[in-house]
Design a protein around this ligand. Structure first.
Ligand SMILES: NC(=O)c1ccc[n+]([C@@H]2O[C@H](COP(=O)([O-])OP(=O)(O)OC[C@H]3O[C@@H](n4cnc5c(N)ncnc54)[C@H](OP(=O)(O)O)[C@@H]3O)[C@@H](O)[C@H]2O)c1
Length: 382
């Protein structure tokens, strides 16, 4: 039997940092809750479960009892000190979660106690209880689980805006999706499938190719053993219409050169910076040195577009983001998208959950829950 740590269940935002006030509703000391805290930048062990106090929501805010949180690749970068616009440690990480409204602040008109909501914030959501501006919350559709709701905001908003707003994806086009078996990758595959006859190329570790094929990837490519650009060219000598680039460095340049005329590369991450538990200065220098760069005249001659996307820099764009979330909820209700949950881990297992992602084992979304789910604790007792 494997001695690997096991998850408790198998299976990239607008906002300010969320710092709960410490006075309770009665004016006395607020009750304590469990929160994940990044104590300093570094390895897996730097994220610890600690007690925090949360008070009453301020005007315009909601208090939400959190049931599930999303773990994003960006959280790995946050832990290593490679993500900007965040407070200095110690602070609570977490960009998305889902739960039930337990208190409503003054001036909030469209939410009530008991509503199930998903939340998007720059940070602060890996806690049992969070106080957040109501405008950063979205009502969960009927039938959606908390795990699915925690898996939706970052991955699906990102994939949707990249493919449809920047990419202008249309029938009969082709898309190259890197990290295709991950959170954004699965969201992107499902969204591509909403458009007629789109050919999907997807890079991922070889063990995930069956799952990619089942999801609709026509050409899974093991980037760890072959040159993926050569593989794409063998199948489609002219290249592809859209490349989603979450890798950065020399891969952005490869992406640009894989585009057909009128093609678009959308760069939205720098996964190449991550090589181990801690910040790697060599990888940083290599990625920076190989950074893709092009001037306007060269771009004009190529008939191609280069776009940059970062959800974390859209803090103030509530209307834009809400519009995208409503479209996603519509697609969910029609059965066209459904977050694929890789695994669910309790807060106490956060180090194992991050290791699982960094060791490239996830197929779909990695979820954190404040406590071991009741059925699991029952199993453990028996
Ligand atoms: N700009 C934005 O607003 C935004 C928003 C969301 C996400 N992102 C970016 O999108 C990418 C995907 O994010 P995600 O949260 O969905 O993560 P994810 O794909 O679930 O991440 C884990 C997977 O990435 C692959 N991978 C590729 N390079 C890796 C590396 N250096 N270290 C570890 N794993 C690596 C591994 O799978 P395989 O080996 O099978 O490929 C691994 O299983 C990230 O670059 C992230 O920063 C950007």
């Amino acid at each position: 039997m494997s001695s690997e740590p096991a998850p408790v269940a198998a299976a990239t935002p607008p906002a300010q940092s969320v710092e709960p006030p410490v006075k309770g509703a009665s004016g006395g000391e607020a009750p304590e809750h469990r929160a994940l805290v990044l104590t300093s930048f570094g390895g897996y062990e730097k994220v610890k479960v600690q007690a925090r106090r949360s008070g009453s929501p301020r005007p315009g805010e909601l208090s939400v009892r959190v049931r599930a949180c999303g773990l994003n690749f960006a959280d790995v970068m946050v832990r290593q000190g490679l993500y900007d616009r965040l407070p200095s440690p110690p602070f609570c990480p977490g960009m998305e979660c889902a739960g039930t409204v337990c208190a409503v602040g003054e001036e909030v008109r469209d939410r009530q106690v008991g509503d199930k909501v998903m939340i998007l914030a720059r940070t602060g959501l890996w806690q049992e209880v969070v106080n957040v501006p109501a405008m950063q919350t979205f009502l969960m559709p009927e039938g959606m689980s908390f795990e699915e709701a925690a898996a939706l905001p970052v991955n699906y908003i990102t994939a949707y805006m990249i493919l449809f707003d920047f990419g202008n994806l249309r029938p009969n086009q082709s898309v190259l999706i890197h990290m295709a078996a991950g959170g954004v990758g699965n969201a992107a595959i499902q969204l591509c499938k909403t458009v007629e006859n789109v050919t999907i190329f997807g890079t991922a570790s070889a063990s995930k190719h069956d799952s990619l094929k089942e999801s609709g990837v026509a050409h899974p490519i093991d980037y760890r053993t072959v040159d993926y650009a050569e593989e794409v060219r063998k199948i489609s000598p002219k290249g592809v219409d859209i490349v989603m680039d979450p890798l950065g460095g020399s891969d952005t340049s490869k992406a640009f050169h894989l585009l057909k005329p009128m093609g678009k590369v959308i760069t939205y991450g720098v996964a190449n910076l991550i090589t181990g538990q801690k910040k790697n200065l060599m990888a940083m220098a290599k990625t920076w040195w190989n950074q893709f760069s092009i001037n306007a005249i060269q771009l004009l001659h190529h008939n191609k577009a280069v776009c940059g996307y970062h959800l974390g820099y859209m803090d103030e764009e509530y209307e834009l983001i809400t519009g995208v979330v409503l479209k996603l909820i519509n697609l969910y209700n029609q059965g066209k998208i459904k977050p694929k949950i890789d695994s669910v881990w309790s807060f106490d297992q956060v180090a194992d959950a991050m290791k699982h992602m960094q060791e490239k084992k996830n197929v779909g979304k990695v979820i954190l829950v404040p406590e071991v789910p009741k059925e699991e604790s029952k199993k453990a007792e028996n």
